[in-house]
Structure formats: C-alpha cells, structure tokens
Design a protein around this ligand. Structure first.
Ligand code: AMP
Ligand code: MG
Length: 349
C-alpha cells in the first residue's frame, strides 16, 4: 500500500486535506494523526473491520482495547450506557485534553474496538487538527499510539513514517507533539475512580475534582502476581532495542555508577547510551549521551523521553543507563514509562 504523507499547519489548518483524511476513515481506511499526547493511528471506532486493521498495522494483540476519540461532549452519549457524574465533572475540567475515561459501553461500540470488554475508553483531545479530523470522519476515531507494538510511541511524524509507511493509507504530519507521553487513563465504572495509567493529568488533579481516587497497584511495580486493569499495560510496551537500566541514588553515586558500567561495557565493544538530566550531563562518559532536560522541568523530560529511546534504537545502542526521576506530578508518568522500557530493571545505590 502507498502511504500518503500530508503536512498540516496547526495554526492554519487545510480543511480540504482534513476532509480527504476523514473520508479515508469513513471508508474503513487508517490515518495516523497528531494529538497533544503522541501520534495516534486512527480508524472508524464503530467499524469492526477498521479496528481489526489497526491491530494488524500495529502488530498489536487484539485483546488490547483501543481508545475512542471524540470531538464534542454530545457524541459521548452514543458510546456509553450512561455518563457517570464523575465523568461530567472531569470533562468540564480536563476536556478537551490528555485524559481518557473508561465507562460502560453501549451496543453501538463493537467488541473489536474494546478488545472484547463491556467498557469503552473515551478521550477528547485538545489538538486542533485531531479535533477537525474526528469531526470529518464521522465523530468516533479509535486510535492507539501510531507505533509498531513494542516500540516507543511516536512523538513526531518521522517516527510514524518509520513504523507505518506502507501499512496505512495516510499520515498527517503536524510536527512534534507537545506532551510526549500517552493520556492518563481513569476507570469510572467502579465505586471509586481508579487510575490505570498515569499521565499529564495527575492523581492530585483528579482528586481535586473527585475526592478519593485509587491507583492500579501494578502501575509502578514489576511484580507480575497482580494483573494490570488496563489490558495493554501487561505488555512490555515502550521497549527499546537495547537493555535499559535505571539507576537511582545520590547524584554523584549515580553518575559514578553509570560511568563505571559504561566504561566496562565499552571496553568489551558494546555501544552504550546514557540518559541524564541537564545538570549532570557534562559528567558522563559514554558513546551516546543524551540530556532529557533540567531536573526541574518535568514537562521537558516527558516531551523528550520517547524520542531519545528511538534515537538510541537508530544508533544501535545496546546498553542504556538512565537516571531515575521523582514520582510526583507528571514524574509518575515518566517513571511508569521508563520502568516499562527498562522491564523494571532498577539499580539502587
Ligand atoms: P494506547 O492506545 O496505545 O495508548 O493504549 C491504550 C490503553 O488503554 C491500553 O493500555 C489499553 O489497555 C487501555 N484501555 C483501552 N480501553 C480500555 C478499557 N475499556 N478498559 C481498560 N483499559 C483500557
Ligand atoms: Mg501505545
């Protein structure tokens, strides 16, 4: 299949181009598009054939449900049995934005889209191109991240092209995304709302609106005894090609440990990559040293993380070391993704 790549300027959206993309989705085809979190791989959420194509294009197990993207609150009613009060409160505050809410699905939503579940994940993105595309494709776009399953989610169109060229009808290039990590997922089907995946909208922000909010305890632990509540979280997501180790401890101990490990590996001819904060970066010795931003700027760390993991893949780095980050605020989402990329391989010194 030939994949058409079109550029869209978020400040001056070419509506004709968006209509063409929307038509592809209406006809059962797939279009990758930018959102504020990461690039999505979109198909018609109400068409079971489209969801099957999404799984095939990603190489994703079909028991891993897709998030349905909407462009207005009125359209949510068509997807769910009822809109819980908690969802209305959160939508008022955080939609459009990087928050996905799980509700009980209506009969309109095919099981192919929900991975066989009776619940559906719904999000209204804030990205203008994404909202226009949803509007012109019939109102309901099922979209997981636009990467091959197991690779870091794409934060710019070049990574989407790397993974999806020849597999889908169209890629909309909207430049680099803003946030760089996937949406927060909160399940609203139980008595107490539960966070299944941390993201830019933090637990504290949700608690301000809803009171007590639980967190799926598998989110930050590598313990396989418990099953994650978001089916997708059980897979080794965000996996770089090389071995990643997270090193936590006092700043100078971390730098020394990483440098020792790096020089041991490099002596054996193994290519080493290091992820460090701006404050420490000059102290590292390795083949490929990347600054993820200042320790005080979590938003920048989130924004850069996946791109750096992809760059290490491109450079064929085989051993990687990363500093550990605080888990307050969006730090929790950063560490959740980093821990997954590292297969929970953490050295505490
Ligand atoms: P992605 O589309 O790559 O951001 O992944 C979507 C995530 O949402 C996966 O981890 C899914 O398991 C999760 N998800 C989607 N729908 C549901 C649902 N109905 N219940 C629980 N988790 C869901
Ligand atoms: Mg994904």
């Amino acid at each position: 299949m030939r994949t058409e790549v079109i550029k869209i300027d978020e400040e001056n959206i070419d509506i004709e181009a968006i209509k063409k993309a929307g038509q592809i989705i209406k006809e059962g085809g797939l279009v990758a598009f930018p959102t504020e979190t990461v690039y999505g791989l979109g198909g018609d959420a109400l068409n079971p054939g489209s969801s099957k194509k999404i799984y095939a294009a990603k190489g994703r197990p079909s028991d891993n449900p897709l998030i349905v993207h909407v462009c207005c609150m009125d359209d949510v009613a068509g997807l769910v049995k009822e809109i819980p009060e908690s969802a209305r409160l959160l939508a008022d505050k955080y939609w459009p934005g990087p928050l996905t809410m799980i509700m009980n699905k209506s009969d309109r939503v095919p099981y192919e889209t929900t991975g066989g579940l009776d619940t559906v994940a719904v999000r209204m993105p804030v990205h203008k191109t994404a909202l226009e595309l949803i509007k012109y494709s019939g109102g309901y776009i099922a979209a997981p991240s636009a990467n091959i399953s197991g690779r870091p989610s794409p934060t710019s169109a070049k990574y989407v092209i790397e993974d999806m060229d020849g597999r889908i009808e169209m890629i909309i290039d909207g430049g680099e995304v803003e946030i760089g990590l996937e949406s927060t997922i909160v399940d609203l089907t139980g008595d107490v709302p539960m966070i299944l995946r941390p993201g830019y909208i933090t637990a504290q922000m949700l608690e301000e609106t809803l009171g007590t909010v639980d967190q799926d305890k598998t989110m930050m632990s590598g313990d396989c005894k418990d099953k994650p509540k978001a089916p997708g979280m059980k897979y080794r997501h965000y996996a770089p090609k090389g071995e990643l180790t997270i090193v936590s401890g006092q700043r100078s101990d971390v730098v020394n440990y990483i440098n020792e490990q790096a020089s041991r590996a490099m002596e054996k001819g193994i290519k080493v990559g290091i992820i460090g904060t701006e404050e420490n970066i000059a102290s590292y010795r390795g083949d490929s040293i990347k600054s993820v931003g200042s320790i005080a700027d979590e938003a920048m760390i989130a924004h850069r993380l996946y791109g750096i993991l992809r760059e290490f893949d491109d450079e064929d780095v085989r051993e990687m070391y990363s500093e550990s980050f605080d888990t307050c605020g969006i730090g929790q989402a950063i560490m959740n993704r980093l821990l997954k990329a590292a297969g929970h391989n953490v050295v505490k010194i």
